[in-house]
Design a binder for this molecule. Structure first.
Ligand code: SAM
Length: 205
């Protein structure tokens, strides 16, 4: 099964509260976004945002330019339905991030639990090329992945598990690791999933 089919099936058949990665509060993500110092007029993209409520909280904080990208149309439809009229305030992009060519730049690139599914070096290279083109000159990237101690799979798919240093190597030398945090995420089923959250800034040329 290709990855798009996998994710469409997941979002067609499973309630948000049943997802292992489900969060009601994206505390670390929101704290790290605040730490970037991005203005309310800045542009943010949530890569692999799925039907996460991060976008709801960003709208609550009056960010003007929010984009949510996901490979799954079903995920985006669910997020739009939840937001109702507020969905019109958001740009929605259905795309595989490894094929995505951005027509604009973003001040904050956020990705929780999408990059870690890229187990092939070629896909990671394509992701990083896109990120290099899409993050603005003074921009930031916030990436959260499974930590080394996390399970080897997520949503039934194999993942790459990272330390902050290993993730910095994977993201490449155009970005500098500023800070990192660990989170012991508790799944709705009661299991523990250790995550790392890293904040990067774009290096000056
Ligand atoms: C584990 S979920 C995390 C969702 C959300 N970021 C969160 O924290 O709740 C991974 C998400 O990444 C999306 N995804 C997986 N591979 C992708 C790809 N190659 N391009 C874009 N989105 C992808 C999936 O559809 C799914 O919504």
């Amino acid at each position: 099964m290709d990855r798009k089919t996998h994710w469409e099936d997941v979002y067609r058949t499973t309630a948000a509260e049943e997802f292992g990665w489900h969060q009601t509060q994206q505390t670390l993500s929101l704290n790290l976004i605040q730490s970037t110092g991005v203005r309310k007029t800045g542009s943010l993209i949530d890569v692999g945002g799925g039907d996460s409520t991060l976008v709801d909280h960003l709208l609550d904080q009056d960010f003007d330019h929010i984009t949510v990208l996901d490979i799954s149309a079903s995920a985006l439809e669910r997020a739009k339905a939840r937001l109702g009229d507020r969905a019109d305030l958001v740009s929605w992009i259905e795309a595989d991030i490894t094929d995505f060519r951005s027509s604009k730049t973003y001040d904050v690139w956020h990705d929780r639990a999408a990059f870690h599914f890229l187990t092939e070096a070629e896909d990671r290279e394509k992701y990083c090329e896109t990120m290099n083109r899409a993050v603005s000159a003074q921009g930031h990237a916030i990436t959260a992945t499974f930590a080394y101690e996390a399970p080897p799979t997520c949503s039934g798919l194999p993942v790459v598990r990272y330390s902050p240093e290993f993730l910095a190597l994977a993201i490449g030398s155009n970005f500098e690791l500023v800070e990192s945090f660990e989170e012991l995420h508790q799944t709705p089923g009661g299991n523990k999933q250790p995550f790392i959250y890293c904040r990067f800034t774009r290096r000056k040329p």
